[in-house]
Design a protein around this ligand. Sequence first.
Ligand code: FAD
Length: 462
Amino acid sequence: MLVDELKSIVGTSGWTSDPDELLPHLTEWRDVFHGETLLMVSPGSTEQVSAVIRACAAGNTAVVPQGGNTGLCGGAIPDQTGQQVLLSLSRMNAIRCVSPNDFSMIVEAGCILADVQAAARQAARFFPLSLAAEGTCQIGGNLSTNAGGINVLRYGNARDQVLGLEVVLADGTIWNGLRGLRKDTAGYDIKHLFIGSEGTLGVITAANLRLYPEVRESQTAMIAVNSPQHAVDLLVELRGSLADQLQAFELIPSRAIRYLRRHMSALRMPFTDDYPWYVLLESSLGDDAQTLESALAAALEKRLGVDAVVAKNVSEQEGLWRIRHSISEVQKFEGVSLKHDVSVPLGKIGAFIEAAEAAVLKLMPDARIVAFGHIGDGNVHFNISQPKSWEGDRFREKAASLSNVVYEIVSSLQGSISAEHGIGQLKRELLKQYRGEEEIAVMKSIKAALDPGNILNPGKVL
Ligand SMILES: Cc1cc2nc3c(=O)[nH]c(=O)nc-3n(C[C@H](O)[C@H](O)[C@H](O)COP(=O)(O)OP(=O)(O)OC[C@H]3O[C@@H](n4cnc5c(N)ncnc54)[C@H](O)[C@@H]3O)c2cc1C
């Protein structure tokens, strides 16, 4: 029987069917998707992952890989049949090696992102992938969703941090592509197929990651601006004066600050006055704080911003970042929040936010828009909190029509309906709607070639 075979592959500490233990693995962070499973297995090695996949392929049983389960699209949640095997990578959490002189490290897929960063730091190197869920999400999940985060502006997405991968394919074959090459033009670069494929093409078991020189000093500043377009103009100006030292550039709306004041009053706000929008930026300028300050002073003189605060020490820097990292969390206290993780070309950010706000408020004048995020990358989390006086269910009933107008505007500006959280179950129909037939056909033929039995995370993405 498959269940017995799986239990014997992973050993007694490698599986569970205990409902209490399973609970946090069968629903996701927002509590939107719920699933059931035949068995949750947590293999301790690549060979065990391979044996699990081989057994499931032979039994024609679907496998759902799961990392830290912080994905927001239901990608890591099995369906409700109770017939799918949940494959947790969490026991595969070894840092296999750190090679400071190669500026690289090999880590297993189940390593928590914060642990990967810490291991790089210990070797006086920098691993730039950073996001609010970094204490829980795993590097395998980050790569499978091609995660973004706060440092994309300077270092790129998760995809850009990968030199090589080890992957278990749909028939259980182990592909060892952990080569640490920065240049390699020998044939198709197949690692990129698995990155961002949300567990539908293979199970990532380890990665050879790119490291960077340590960032010894960085400065953090918050700047009040009058509009998203001013924020983009400020970005263009500062990229001129600070060049690639500019590492992160985040937009924060006044509504988010009001939510934080209301529900997380222990957070210290840098400004006493209220402004309509804020930018939080990080710049790695060594200890030459003057350069950032003079760049900001010049920008303020050009009226690109109206006020600015530069953190004076690490504790103030952390305080400013806590404001940004608390925005996802604090929206929960204001009732149902409808999320749109979208991107548009940088120059169209201002037009997008303006048009989307107008269209949403026309449909629902009491809707409360919280548009924030990594605008240095053209990525906006365009979220809508339910009107204060409404019941959550009434708001949910209108969700589709609200989302529709947002996505239509994104599409008209040549943007993407998913900037960094992936497709999962949540945006499957949208993907079909907003990507052309040709592109979907290519995706389907890749899926059919790599997973002909459709056992890897079926029903996700496509
Ligand atoms: C508060 C908060 C803030 C966030 N901020 C950001 C952000 O700034 N940027 C961003 O990009 N995302 C963000 N996210 C979303 C989420 O953290 C990322 O998508 C993250 O990369 C998911 O990693 P995970 O380990 O939790 O993956 P999971 O949620 O477990 O899985 C995600 C997908 O990857 C697949 N998968 C997982 N591991 C593997 C593997 N080893 N092999 C193959 N497939 C696998 C799963 O099947 C699923 O389809 C945020 C989430 C939260 C809760």
